[in-house]
Design a protein around this ligand. Structure first.
Ligand code: PEP
Ligand code: MN
Length: 375
């Protein structure tokens, strides 16, 4: 299946007019086919907004310039956004730089104010997408909006909530929709702020090839030391672009201070990305790839045969347990299996999460088979 996202027509690349003497020209060239969403977490002052916007406009003129005006803070008594006046600063950004401007809307009042000010791009945050009532209300307030709507994934890893929010927006006649992958809440998400769970955006890509997915490396990582690897991974998964929070003085930012980078750090980051192609016609590569893939296919067939044999043995055990009136689960035996698997698997370099997933699958299928034989 072709998973390449189509980029909306209004993202026709505009190349940076000025090239730098420091070799930054590669930045714009490399990312010119991608959607970039750049700007501070929050609009804090007119000067702060305009300073970042000037840099973005100079080097990434087709980027979407973002800044939160109303901030959904998890706990109260933090900076909750500058409010309506920030819309004027964003409008000034558009007038002086030509950048498309974006902010978050979380209720119908926000939508109304943004539509009055002619904001180009609106986004639904992760705490909004999680609730179909909010999404529906916002969607209805958006009827007739001709700009772009970005839909962040919900905080919980539920593909249908994400898809459903996109569909609600589309149902009011908005066709220019971008999905933003910002990771999912998890109590044990280290080293990330939000677990990427790449399988979810990949599932969205395969279900909706027409929706571009942009990776929000700032909210996934919560920490710039992970930016480079996340950005590279997103590009290698053929995501449509990157969402990065940029602040001229991150340490003093009023929200998300730990995860914002300066404009010059942004340039270094974007120039470090290696752009790879989905295909190549290099014969040597194709021959090697086919050989390795065929070995993998053989191994997979053998794995399936062995899983089948394993289940036959499990069923045999079920039969003798039934004859001897023995219960299905013996915790001590299960504990032994788990510890042997983990030790042998780890020694082979297999990850804990992979081994756990495999064991859970085997255990569930084993229980199902024994239950089938015995009851
Ligand atoms: C944001 O983009 O600043 C934001 C609040 O994001 P999220 O909804 O992904 O938490
Ligand atoms: Mn933020």
């Amino acid at each position: 299946m072709n998973l390449i996202c189509t980029i909306p027509i209004n993202f026709t690349p505009i190349m940076a007019k000025e090239k730098t003497d420091k070799g930054i020209e590669t930045v714009e060239d490399k990312m010119s086919q991608n959607i970039l969403v750049l700007g501070p977490c929050s609009a804090e002052s007119r000067d702060q907004v305009l300073e970042v916007a000037k840099h973005v406009a100079r080097w990434y003129p087709k980027a979407i310039f973002r800044a939160g005006i109303w901030k959904p803070r998890t706990r109260p008594n933090n900076f909750e956004g500058i409010g309506e006046i920030g819309l004027d600063w964003l409008s000034e950004v558009r007038q002086t730089t030509g950048l498309r401007i974006a902010t978050e809307v979380a209720n119908t009042k926000h939508v109304e104010l943004c539509l009055n000010k002619g904001i180009d791009v609106l986004w639904l945050g992760a705490r909004t997408t999680v609730n179909p009532f909010y999404v529906q209300e916002i969607a209805e307030a958006l009827k007739g909006f001709e700009g772009t709507v970005m839909v962040k994934n919900p905080v919980v890893p539920d593909i249908n909530l994400w898809l459903g929010a996109i569909e609600r927006i589309e149902q009011v006649g908005i066709s220019d929709v971008i999905a933003i992958h910002r990771g999912f809440h998890h109590y044990d998400s280290k080293p990330y702020r939000n677990l990427p769970q790449w399988e979810i955006p990949i599932e969205l890509m395969s279900k909706r090839e027409d929706i571009p997915i942009v990776c929000d490396i700032s909210h996934i990582s919560g920490n710039p030391s992970l930016f480079e690897s996340l950005a590279q991974k997103a590009m290698d998964l053929e995501m449509a672009g990157l969402h990065i929070e940029v602040h001229s003085n991150p340490k003093n930012a009023l929200s998300d201070a730990e995860q914002q980078i300066t404009p010059s750090e942004l340039d270094v980051l974007l120039s470090s990305i290696e752009k790879r192609n989905p295909f190549t016609d290099n014969i040597d590569f194709i021959t090697k790839l086919e050989k390795l893939r065929s070995e993998i296919d053989d191994i997979d067939s053998n794995l399936l045969k062995n899983f089948h044999r394993r289940m036959l043995l499990v069923r045999n055990i079920g039969e003798i347990k039934k004859q001897n009136k023995v219960t299905i689960l013996q915790v001590t035996r299960w504990k032994k299996i788990v510890s042997r698997y983990m030790d042998e698997g780890k020694a082979l370099g297999l990850s804990k999460s992979f081994l756990e997933g495999l064991l859970n699958g085997l255990h569930d299928e084993g229980m199902r088979n024994q239950n089938d034989v015995m009851n």
